[in-house]
Design a protein around this ligand. Structure first.
Ligand code: PLP
Ligand code: COI
Length: 338
């Protein structure tokens, strides 16, 4: 195997040795197959290609100091993929098939799990799509579920360092009664222009407002948003954002640390009263926010004057990462050793 510079890994695609696949045909799931190819043969009329019948998940495995590899909250990812499948009328992946597939993919690529202490982890990407041919707009009758993995570093290249975010009222990623709460590819295609717009202006991400009233915070590109004030962890409740598993984990940790937790609509107007703000997700972990700038009015709200993460974000981050790595006992039964 090539030498990998574990400490400087980007968040990007990297070939590993094996991936696993399972086909749904004739109303049932087949056997799990192992492949060393990075390609899948696909029918020209597959519904995934034409009508966006596709969903994915993102999760991580971590190497502990004890040499054990830990999965974090995989059941929640299995459940969310089930909800995504249901939402766009795909065959649902049973929980035990999901589990078998991710465990197999991790075990077959164990030497790609970054060593303890490097800050990197093994990113696991389960994927489900309509592989059956249709040309009328209707669900496929055949599906492919696959899992591949790769070692990754932080999503935002700054790592645990505050970034600047652009509020982009000129773009929506999801409609109020649409698919924003599902992890389906179409949402990500719909977010690309806003993200590019933000990047071009020098921001790490776009921050979406709710599509209906443009009054409330939705989410921060591929991550949820949270703010801290008065010892309270505040995060948006919205039907058009992805229900982040990391966010729920942070809420539980915050409560355990004696903080209050509020999940409710968060008006854009309110965020200037936050002492700290951040983006959270599997890939983003916690990415603290330095400042938020409004794309139209130019209004600037600053959360970190010295460019350092706030004290509460730091505590939350440290506890989350310590549980994931196995440094701290896991009082929530979130991790599974594989
Ligand atoms: N929001 C979006 C749009 C995402 O793509 C992600 C990433 O999965 C998140 C939020 C964070 O979710 P999670 O913490 O489950 O990874
Ligand atoms: C994740 O956090 O796992 C994501 O899926 C975010 C992004 C890479 C799509």
């Amino acid at each position: 195997m090539e030498n990998i510079d574990w400490k400087n890994l980007p968040f990007g695609y990297k070939k590993t040795d094996y991936n696993v696949r399972c086909y749904y045909r004739d109303g049932k799931w087949g056997e799990l197959e192992i492949s060393s190819s990075e390609y899948v043969p696909i029918h020209i009329a597959a519904t995934a290609l034409h009508y966006g019948q596709e969903a994915f998940e993102g999760m991580k495995a971590f190497m502990g100091q004890d040499g054990k590899v830990r999965l974090f909250r995989w059941r929640d990812n299995a459940k969310r993929m089930h909800d995504s499948a249901e939402g766009i009328m795909m065959a649902e992946v049973p929980e035990d098939l999901f589990h078998q597939a991710i465990v197999k993919a991790v075990q077959m690529n164990k030497h790609f799990v970054p060593p303890y202490g490097t800050g990197a982890s093994l990113y696991i990407r389960p994927l489900l799509f309509g592989s059956g041919a249709e040309i009328g707009v209707k669900p496929a009758t055949e599906y492919l579920f696959m899992v591949f993995v790769m070692p990754v570093g932080p999503y935002f290249k700054e790592g645990f360092k505050p970034v600047d975010i652009l509020v982009t009222p000129g773009f929506d990623r999801a409609a109020p009664l649409g698919t924003g709460h599902l992890k389906v590819g179409g949402n990500y295609a719909a977010s690309l222009r806003a993200l590019k717009h933000g990047h071009d202006k020098g921001y790490a991400s776009a921050l979406f407002l709710d599509a209906k009233e443009k009054k409330y915070i939705d989410e921060a590109g591929p991550a949820n948003f949270f703010g801290i004030k008065n010892n309270t962890f505040i995060t948006p409740k919205s039907d058009s954002i992805l229900p982040s598993i990391t966010n729920r984990a942070l809420q539980a940790i915050a409560e355990k640390m004696g903080m209050k937790v509020e999940v409710r609509p968060v008006p854009y107007e309110e965020i200037s009263s936050f002492e700290e703000a951040g983006a959270c997700g599997t890939a983003a972990v916690i990415t603290p926010i330095k400042k938020i700038v409004h794309d139209v009015t130019g209004e600037t709200i600053e959360f970190s004057k010295d460019g350092e993460p706030g004290p509460i974000s730091t505590k939350l981050y440290n506890m989350l990462v310590a549980i994931q790595n196995g440094d701290e006992e896991d009082p929530f039964a979130w991790v599974e050793v594989v």
